[in-house]
Design a protein around this ligand. Structure first.
Ligand code: COI
Ligand code: CYT
Length: 586
């Protein structure tokens, strides 16, 4: 080979390399359902992605491809892209059935895969696809709280992976309550036959697993004279539903609980002159998070692990990517009311009642197990057998910090786990111990400082021997995180707060830890909030009620108007007022 040919080769290679940089430089392909019944969703996603790219001034270039709304269309679109441009580094896809199809294909080619608008996917290859949509099963758990009140339910669903999975999961939970379920082709416009079948079944509620088609379907349902409650899920929150509000007013549906005053919504409206829905918000957050991934990683190969367990604050609120690659963020019930999407009021009372029942049932279980332990301890409060009893009692109650026995004088004789330092401590001056010895009955304490060194609640249960003589008591002391654990598990997906107050005004649980232990009536922290104090006084007098007040927002940043409802829980001589509150929005 001559020097000349060598350098020509070199130039050739250089040109190829440069071409690569210029032509094949775009790293991301977004495969969206541009020509399908979901075309407006695709356009909204594209607008949101471009808005995020523009706002965050960066080098990512996204090429859009049309899936035509089908799995085959998406595979073809990706193949075509690769034929002319080579492999992209990242594939973003919309629709559950598309994500399911692209998961193995992208995994095989080593392309990072991000799924949006995909509530119901099957990952043939695990640890590969990151999905920004909350799984439909998580949403279903919430939706069924509402559906359980009906006895005859119809399910009318799109005949794709999203619809069929919803139908299956709803049937599994609601069983005979579902008296008819019918699928439809979302590309079709004629639903008359299906609607007359639904009418014959006389349902009390109709669940529509639909997107914008639900506007037309609702119109047909109402025109057929069916008055059933209409119920929907996340993709139903589309503008067409409001245009048809004459037929859709009263529709209740589950949806991510994004803040309607959020900055992204304003920017979007300014730029495109229409209001985005969930799909736009999700695409926006997906893009911003992806830009962050590019900034924090030098190789796309590291992206998957970067996403796992990551918390991200986006337009959808606080997003957490779970171990399995699925995003999670708050959901709530919304309602079509006066031609608008609004927060469904009924849910507050529902969550409050469920939280009350959960706390009640945990105390109930403790009481049941304490009674059994007290029976076993009737032959003696110390010794091997007693050790076994208190150990089992502790292990059966996950919110127990420890279990102790006291003798008839009120001296601690035994403890599990072995916090030996408290054995022999005299606790006969504690209010609940005095009460228990006086009444000879089980009691629950108010919040008190335990000898263990923190503020908790103590459930004391008296022990009698075979001759029915009082020989001491067994008790469970709750963990410091007692209320936090119960309450967080109940409200994790709702944009609400719950606090617990005693009738003496002491706050025994609040999300802001610095407030726990303060007295609402006397602590100077509340001096500047007279409307809150007034409401607190009402709460201590009346077991249930509601009211408005002004106080700091969740982050303790600024004073806002809030609304609150409360209820009462009475356990063995102690009353708790459980209050649920939200920022007022109108
Ligand atoms: C889903 O599959 O979860 C979707 O939201 C798809 C959408 C195109 C309706
Ligand atoms: N500690 C406990 N009182 C305490 O201080 N475990 C029970 C009762």
């Amino acid at each position: 080979m001559s020097e000349n040919t060598k350098s020509v080769n070199l130039v050739f290679i250089l040109v190829i390399l440069m071409l690569n940089v210029n032509l094949f430089g775009s790293k991301v392909v977004a495969i969206l359902p541009f020509t399908s019944v979901f075309e407006k969703i695709a356009q909204e996603q594209k607008d949101a992605i471009n808005l995020a790219l523009g706002n965050y001034d960066n080098e990512i270039e996204i090429i859009y491809k049309d899936s035509k709304g089908t799995a085959e269309g998406a595979i073809t679109a990706l193949d075509e892209f690769i034929k002319s441009n080579g492999n992209p580094e990242i594939v973003i896809s919309c629709a559950s059935w598309v994500a399911t199809a692209l998961n193995p294909v992208t995994a095989e080619r080593g392309l990072f895969h991000l799924a949006i608008g995909s509530a119901s996917i099957e990952r043939e290859i695990k640890n590969h696809t990151i999905r920004m949509t909350v799984d439909e099963q998580v949403e279903e758990e919430l939706l069924s709280y509402y559906l359980l009140q009906f006895n005859k339910i119809a399910v009318f669903y799109m005949n794709n992976e999203l619809g069929t999975t919803w139908n299956r999961v709803l049937r599994k939970r609601l069983r005979e309550k579902i008296n008819i379920s019918i699928s439809y082709d979302p590309e079709m416009k004629d639903f008359d036959n299906e609607i007359s079948q639904i009418k014959k079944a006389e349902p009390e509620a109709i669940v529509l697993i639909s997107s914008s088609n639900a506007a037309k379907i609702s119109e047909l349902i109402r025109k057929a004279g069916i008055n059933a409650q209409l119920v929907g899920t996340r993709p139903i929150e589309r503008p067409e539903i409001l245009t048809a509000s004459k037929y859709t007013n009263g529709l209740i549906f589950t949806s991510p609980s994004f803040d309607s005053e959020n900055e992204m919504l304003k920017l979007f409206k300014e730029k495109y002159n229409y209001k985005p829905t969930f799909f736009g918000l999700e695409a926006y957050d997906t893009t911003v998070m992806l830009i962050t991934a590019f900034k924090e990683n030098s190789s796309v190969k590291d992206f998957y692990n970067w996403y796992i367990d990551r918390n991200f604050i986006g337009a959808l609120g606080s997003i957490k990517i779970k171990q399995n690659g699925d995003a999670n963020y708050p959901y709530m019930f919304k309602e079509v009311k006066d031609g608008k999407f609004t927060i469904a009021e009924f849910q507050y009372a529902l969550i409050l009642e469920q939280t009350r029942q959960e706390i009640d049932s945990i105390f109930d279980k403790m009481g049941f197990d304490l009674q059994q332990a007290a029976n076993e301890l009737s032959s003696g409060i110390t010794g091997k057998k007693a050790d076994m009893t208190i150990r089992r009692l502790h292990e059966k109650n996950p919110l127990s910090y420890d279990v102790v026995t006291i003798d008839p004088k009120g001296v601690i004789r035994n403890v599990y786990p072995d916090h030996k330092e408290i054995v022999n401590k005299d606790i006969s001056d504690q209010e609940q111990v005095i009460r228990m010895m006086e009444l000879n009955k089980p009691v629950v304490s108010k919040a008190f400082k335990a000898v263990e060194g923190f503020v908790g609640f103590d459930y004391e249960y008296p022990i009698f021997n075979e001759k029915n003589e009082y020989i001491g008591a067994v008790s469970i002391l709750t963990k410091p995180s007692f209320f936090a654990e119960i309450i967080n598990s109940k409200i994790a997906s709702f944009p609400v707060e719950i606090c617990v107050m005693q009738t003496d005004g002491v706050i025994v649980y609040d999300i802001n830890e610095e407030e726990i232990g303060l007295n609402l009536f006397s602590s100077e922290s509340y001096d500047n909030y007279p409307t809150l104090r007034q409401l607190g006084r009402k709460m201590s007098i009346f077991p249930q009620g509601s009211g408005d007040y002004e106080y700091l927002d969740k982050n303790m940043d600024k004073v806002v108007e809030k609304e609150l409802i409360w209820t009462n829980l009475h356990v063995h001589g102690t009353e708790f007022r459980i209050a649920l509150f939200t920022e007022k929005k109108d």
